[in-house]
Write a protein that binds this ligand. Structure first.
Ligand code: HEC
Length: 391
């Protein structure tokens, strides 16, 4: 029953989280595009304090958008804010993290081969990891470093790679990636809560009081918003990475993540320059493509050292019976899983062959057995891999 409730909570929160995330990132992409696409205002608009304008067509209607240099003369009666998309994404994301990795700490958060944490220690480390990571970002953005785009980007990159490495030492592989994602997501939601919203409230206050808003506030909000823009692509990659054990299960998973951050950074920069009208600079896209190919080659699974003679099907079944069937059976005996996870049953030779490719990937990356809860030996792993490859 507990496993069943776990699954429903997990499903509901994930669904909600993805929907809220689409709303947030969708609005954010739209406004970045809007900002970068603004055209020179007409003389009439310029006189009204307009910085840029553009026309668009969507859903069967024409739209005319203008952006003020600082703010309108009079505060509009109805001003739309975009903040709940961000807050909802963070709240559902954190709840999902808590259900999956705190409630399911034994299965998903802890890898005894890395750190023999008790669930309480693992959860404490997770909270500390997120809190410290978040505090470092807030300190950085309040420091003079924020005045240098390149300097800030380099320091933030090195810091996040370090956090990815640290997460890899502390937590199970999949949890390590999600922790980097949760940190980036918290930084982004924090940018909205602690930076962008206060700046916007100050702008609104100034306009309402009939004062000229201080341009510094608009600039600070813009800076945080730009950081969010570059952090989005790696974050979305981490969100979907749980489908690809070859990434988070890699021996140097943190380095894979660092390379993916560089690749997505290049793509983002290419898109920003293009929208800005700074020209199409294919160099960025080509570099991203080359790096992706290099990454794919570098990540390719190494052949397993030969293990003498190949085992037979009965011996293979004996291994899966010992190490996998607790979960991957028609009627699992595991406390956590009452139905076979991912719908995968490994009780007959035909079933092993049916799932051959996915088993190979899960075994080669070390993703399975989950947290090696069934204490599979390296020998058994190699034997099973060689047998699967021989079939
Ligand atoms: C403690 C329970 C548990 C044990 C033991 C276990 N698994 Fe799994 N397995 C899971 C869960 C949970 C999932 C679904 C994970 C997910 O959603 O990413 C899964 C998913 C899989 C997948 C699908 C991965 C994918 O997305 O393609 C394969 C293949 C797999 N397991 C193979 C194995 C093999 C082989 C063994 C034994 C060597 C094993 N598992 C042992 C719990 C277990």
């Amino acid at each position: 029953m507990e496993g069943y409730i776990f699954d429903w909570l997990n499903l509901f929160l994930r669904w909600f989280h993805v929907l809220a995330g689409i709303a947030w990132i969708g609005a954010s992409f739209y406004f970045v595009w809007l900002d970068l696409s603004l055209e020179k205002p007409s003389d009439e608009n310029e006189a009204r304090g307009i910085k840029g304008q553009l026309s668009a067509i969507h859903g069967g209607g024409f739209y005319e958008v203008v952006k003020y240099k600082l703010g309108p003369q009079v505060m509009p009666a109805n001003l739309h804010w975009f903040k709940w998309e961000a807050y909802t994404t963070w709240l559902t994301g954190f709840s999902l993290l808590a259900v999956m990795y705190y409630w399911g700490a034994q299965q998903y958060l802890i890898d005894p081969a890395k750190m023999a944490f008790s669930p309480a220690e693992a959860i404490g480390s997770s909270l500390l990891f997120l809190a410290v990571g978040f505090a470092v970002y807030e300190l950085l953005i309040k420091s003079p470093l924020r005045n240098s785009n390149k300097g800030f980007a380099s320091v933030l990159f090195v810091f996040l790679v370090f956090m990815a490495w640290l997460a890899d030492q502390l937590f199970a592989d999949r949890a390590a990636y999600i922790h980097v994602g949760a940190l980036i997501g918290s930084i982004m939601a924090g940018n909205v809560f602690f930076g962008i919203m206060p700046s916007q409230r100050e702008l609104v206050r100034a306009v309402t009081a009939g004062e000229t808003p201080d341009a510094r506030y608009a600039m600070l909000a813009k800076l945080r918003s730009t950081h969010n823009n570059y952090l989005t692509l790696p974050l979305v990659f981490i969100m979907i990475s749980n489908h690809y054990p070859m990434t988070y299960g890699h021996e140097y998973a943190w380095l894979v993540l660092a390379m993916i951050a560089v690749i997505t950074g290049l793509v983002r920069h290419f898109l920003n320059l293009k929208t800005q009208g700074a020209g199409v600079k294919p160099g960025y896209l080509i570099s991203a493509f080359i790096l992706t190919v290099v990454l794919a080659f570098w990540m390719a699974p190494k052949p397993v050292a030969t293990v003498g003679s190949v085992i037979n099907a009965d011996q293979a079944l004996h291994i899966t019976h010992l190490r996998c069937a607790e979960c991957h059976a028609a009627a699992p005996t595991s406390d956590m899983f009452k139905i076979p996870p991912a719908g995968i049953i490994l009780e007959s030779e035909a079933q092993l062959l049916q799932y051959k490719d996915r088993m190979l990937s899960a075994l080669q990356t070390g993703y399975m057995p989950l947290a090696n809860i069934t204490a599979m030996t390296e020998d058994e792993r190699a034997q099973l891999i060689v047998w699967l490859q021989s079939r």
